[in-house]
Design a protein around this ligand. Structure first.
Ligand code: FES
Ligand code: FES
Length: 183
């Protein structure tokens, strides 16, 4: 079947098999290998892209279902802000060390872009709830949440949240010390 879609600002027209998953078309057909495959069963969120601005697990969509759509992958996200700069969400993930191996990061970043569009001032709980479809095996999520809250503040025009990497273990120690001091 013939499909037409704009991916990272470039218009593509291709012949695909009806069973081809969008994630495979993006990676194998269009070279968007920055979109990882973590599970292929719609569980992990690593393959998340923006389809017409909404975050979608690309392994859960057939390519033909995205016919006519505008898609943004991690490889084109920075271009949506222009002037060669990273997107504020990308910057915040770097500044707050919201990644370790980086496998979940493209999906986390794109899911965050959609989350902040729907809710520009999320609470910490709303961030955790909003990203529950994206799994991370490395970070413990603490710094991902900090990165998202910082990106939200930056996008609202309040500037990023100060402070960069904080060791979650140090946070836990501080909490334990506070609890100990007050008991
Ligand atoms: S690869 Fe798509 S959700 Fe895991
Ligand atoms: S940084 Fe390794 S899976 Fe999230």
């Amino acid at each position: 079947m013939r499909v037409r879609m704009k991916v990272d600002g470039v218009l593509y027209e291709d012949e695909v098999e009806p069973r081809t998953l969008l994630t495979h078309h993006l990676r194998d057909g269009l070279g968007r290998v920055g979109t990882p495959i973590g599970c292929d069963t719609s569980n992990c969120g690593a393959c998340t892209v923006l389809v017409d601005g909404e975050s979608v697990k690309s392994c859960s969509v057939l390519t033909v279902q995205a016919d006519g759509a505008e898609i943004t992958t991690i490889q084109g996200l920075a271009d949506t802000v222009g002037d060669g700069a990273w997107h504020p969400v990308q910057k915040a993930f770097q500044e707050h060390h919201g990644l370790q191996c980086g496998y979940c990061t493209p999906g986390m970043v794109l899911a965050t872009v959609d989350l902040l569009k729907a809710n520009p001032s999320p609470s910490e709980q709303e961030v955790r709830h909003g990203l529950e479809g994206n799994l991370c095996r490395c970070t413990g999520y603490q710094n991902i949440v900090k990165a998202v809250l910082s990106a939200a503040a930056e996008i609202r025009g309040e500037g990023p949240i100060a402070g960069s990497f904080q060791d979650p273990a140090a946070d836990e120690t501080a909490e334990a010390q506070t609890a100990g001091a007050s008991s």
